[in-house]
Design a protein around this ligand. Structure first.
Ligand code: NAD
Length: 381
């Protein structure tokens, strides 16, 4: 029998406390994953998390974590602006990596990560694995089968209103340092495109294939945010609208905006308009369409009506038993893609090449907005 993969978590903030650490510490994983080390520069946070979940090692230094943590693979859940540097160091140290969403903020950095991983024989999975979702796989097939005729345009995106500054996990209680969300509003790595619109972009490009060019408008709409009685100035754009060209006259509009979310996760999945109808989220011409696992999704408290949450998380790979009651199930499903890939050689669809294409779209959108020029894209997956 293969030994369990020794796993480490980098960054013990909101997503790690809400989902990653509780999932990875679950007893039912014991024969596949052993959570052996946590890392975060805030000593009280990392020590508290290690104690709460029985993780044997807690590090405040990333370098020491890589050197002494004894892990085979890591999930990087630190601010997006440090992902590239941490990723390169981890690969140099021989670790497989799962990135919590965007693995870098430039295409060139993504190239470097992919090249180094290949050179070292290591694997990278970068969230979000939107093409693991059964309904997205079904939408791709319906479009290929011409169910809505010829697709002419599509719409997807993410809107957030108040943002990560409101997450309840940020107040950890007496004696523990609150989790500061300022980085979500700073460069590099802040703004909704790298953190939220990535869902829409992974889904849409997974369904339609790689985009060929981007044109965008982008700016700051809400100049200040507040956290713990403190003002956070917005430095990264919080309002971006982009047009994607998929070739052959097929276009899409994708947004990442500070406007309040009106349709929950619907636009993470997107709407596809064709000459004979439309697919909007989970509905084909206004009626729910079927896909593998929908019979299970509808038994969840949300009735399986949210494309990105609730019952539709339950039907992702490895979301069973206790894992259906722990948050951030899609992120755990992505982490397990790495675990299965490393242990069983089963390649994930959540590839670094797909993630690089999404990074290129975001980078090109900002460049287009700054220059007023359409940006051609070079990467495929
Ligand atoms: N919060 C969410 O809803 C959510 C959901 C899914 C994925 N994500 C992704 O997960 C990542 C983390 O997001 P979050 O909301 O948990 O952030 P957060 O601000 O809540 O926490 C970040 C943590 O990283 C730590 N940190 C800062 N610099 C570090 C470094 N150099 N090395 C190690 N740790 C460092 C901070 O001390 C903090 O504990 C981001 O990439 C985000 O896009 C977030």
């Amino acid at each position: 029998m293969k030994a369990p993969l020794k796993f480490g978590v980098v960054g013990c903030g909101t997503v790690s406390l809400r989902g990653l650490i509780p999932h990875l510490a679950e007893k039912d994983l014991a024969d596949r994953v052993q959570l052996t080390a946590l890392c975060d520069p805030i000593a009280d946070r990392v020590e508290h998390a290690a104690h709460a979940y029985g993780v044997p090692q807690a590090f405040t230094s990333y370098e020491e974590f890589l050197e002494k943590g004894g892990v085979d693979a890591i999930t990087i859940a630190s601010p997006i602006g440090v992902h590239f540097e941490q990723g390169m160091k981890a690969l140099e140290a021989g670790k497989h990596i799962h990135f919590n969403k965007t693995m870098s903020v430039t295409t060139e950095e993504s190239d470097k990560l992919i090249d180094l991983a290949a050179k070292k024989g290591l694997k990278i999975v970068s969230s979000p694995g939107e093409m693991l979702r059964p309904h997205n796989i079904a939408v791709k097939k319906m479009l290929a089968d011409g169910v809505i005729g010829d697709v002419t345009w599509a719409l997807a995106g993410a809107a957030f209103g108040s943002y990560h500054e409101d997450e309840p996990e940020r107040d950890l209680g007496t004696g523990l340092t609150p989790i500061d969300p300022s980085w979500y509003f700073r460069k590099p790595g802040g703004g909704p495109l790298f953190d939220m619109t990535v869902y829409a972009l992974h889904g849409m490009t997974g369904i339609l294939g790689p985009a060929r060019a981007v044109t965008a408008l982008s700016g700051i709409r809400i100049p200040e945010r507040r956290f713990a009685e403190r003002v956070i100035p917005t430095e990264a754009d919080d309002n971006t609208l982009m047009l994607l060209d998929f070739g052959d006259g097929l276009f899409a509009m994708v947004y990442g905006t500070a406007a309040g979310a009106v349709k929950n996760s619907l636009d993470f999945s997107g709407t596809y308009y064709g000459t004979r109808g439309k697919i909007e989220g989970l509905k084909l011409n206004g009626e729910y369409f079927d896909y593998p696992g929908r019979d299970i999704a509808v038994t969840a408290p949300d009735g399986g009506t949210q494309p990105g949450f609730g019952g539709n998380e339950w039907i992702l790979p490895n979301i069973e038993g206790a894992h259906r009651q722990i948050g951030e199930q899609h992120v755990f499903a992505d982490i397990m893609q790495l675990v299965d890939w490393v242990r069983d050689g089963k390649q994930s669809v959540a590839t670094a090449e797909h993630a690089r294409h999404v990074v290129e779209i975001v980078e090109a959108a900002y460049k287009s907005a700054a220059t007023g020029q359409r940006q051609a894209l070079r990467t495929i997956f």
